[in-house]
Design a protein around this ligand. Structure first.
Ligand SMILES: NC(=O)c1ccc[n+]([C@@H]2O[C@H](COP(=O)([O-])OP(=O)(O)OC[C@H]3O[C@@H](n4cnc5c(N)ncnc54)[C@H](OP(=O)(O)O)[C@@H]3O)[C@@H](O)[C@H]2O)c1
Length: 303
């Protein structure tokens, strides 16, 4: 593909897969002056909806091949498991770029495009996009970029224009990098979901629970990002309150047994971080208590 910086805005960009990330990335690129030429998605109405968000010049395409034949750069924004299949179904050409946005996969997923002569890269915004996020900006977001050098340089320029920051992740580290992203987003939301379940079991709605918990969650995220992990750990494990931990375990056994193993596993992770700060007898006792609770759960489940 053409990598002349001055021509960056004249290159025709296409998207295959009109879902959540496309709904944010395509309008943001358009606002940054890039030419979003067209969209193809398995469902026609999805492509139409994205084009409407962008401009009259952005066209919904009937086939991915037609879109590719009319673009200089293609973002494949289908679910991860479809990226290779989509790439293999298309005849690519030299002098064009092909990018996917998965955090888990490398540019190797685009090997068919590469063998047809295209430049390939993976381009993962370290941000979360849900269905109603089309108006969020990508300012200050980090983008993990990996792939062919000329395309990496081009994508660094794109990132700069979006107000984000490029992040270099070697292909052999991409999966681990993605585990970290998943833990900081989907798994945090999962833990919150489990905390909300407790409120529901004592008669409050999800909305009420989230209203009650939000100041606590926001302050926690603020503390972690400003002061680091160790200085933000509070709660009975940091204080060494083994009596409180015993109380939690008894209460969960009685009222929420399905949450017990998650509670113990997360508490053990909490201890492993606390141990970076100090080793003391109470922490070891709490660790023992949690481990014996987990093994009792396993014994009961096989009995
Ligand atoms: N969402 C995030 O927070 C996020 C963050 C960073 C990176 N990513 C990455 O971005 C990529 C897309 O994720 P997403 O969350 O946007 O997924 P998504 O909301 O599920 O959207 C993907 C869309 O692709 C379309 N599609 C599926 N199979 C297709 C095919 N074979 N050909 C053409 N279109 C197809 C579907 O659209 P229709 O059926 O409606 O046409 C679907 O809505 C993934 O690689 C993901 O890892 C996502």
């Amino acid at each position: 593909m053409c990598d002349v910086e001055n021509e960056i805005n004249s290159e025709k960009i296409g998207f295959i897969g009109a879902g959540k990330i496309c709904r944010t990335l395509a309008p943001n690129l358009n606002s940054a002056g890039f030419n979003i030429h067209g969209v193809y998605s398995s469902n026609k109405s999805s492509s139409h909806n994205i084009c409407k968000l962008i401009s009259n010049e952005c066209k919904p395409y009937q086939t991915p091949q037609e879109l590719v034949d009319n673009c200089d750069l293609i973002f494949i924004t289908t679910p991860d498991d479809s990226i290779q299949k989509v790439t293999e179904s298309i005849k690519w050409r030299g002098n064009m770029g092909v990018v996917h946005c998965s955090g888990a996969g490398t540019s190797f997923w685009l090997y068919k495009a590469k063998s047809d002569g295209a430049s390939v890269a993976s381009y993962h915004p370290l941000q979360t996009f849900s269905n109603d996020n089309s108006d969020i900006t990508l300012k200050n977001v980090y983008f993990a970029i990996e792939g062919d050098l000329s395309l990496i340089e081009y994508l660094k320029n794109v990132t700069d224009k979006l107000g984000g920051f490029p992040l270099s992740i070697a292909s052999e580290h991409k999966l681990l990098y993605h585990v970290s992203a998943f833990m900081s987003c989907g798994l945090i939301a999962t833990v919150i979901g489990k905390a909300v379940d407790i409120w529901k079991s004592i008669g409050y709605s999800e909305k009420q629970a989230l209203d009650f918990l939000t100041p606590l969650m926001e302050q926690t995220i603020h503390n972690v990002s400003q002061n680091g992990v160790l200085d933000s750990l509070t709660g009975p494990i940091s204080r060494g309150d083994i009596g409180t931990i015993k109380g939690h375990i008894d209460s969960l056994k009685k009222h929420k047994p399905s949450l017990l193993s998650t509670y113990c596993a997360l508490s053990l992770a909490n201890i492993s971080i606390e141990l970076e700060r100090k080793t003391d007898k109470t922490l070891e006792e709490i660790e023992l208590l949690l481990k014996s609770t987990i093994s009792a759960i396993h014994t009961e489940s096989v009995a």
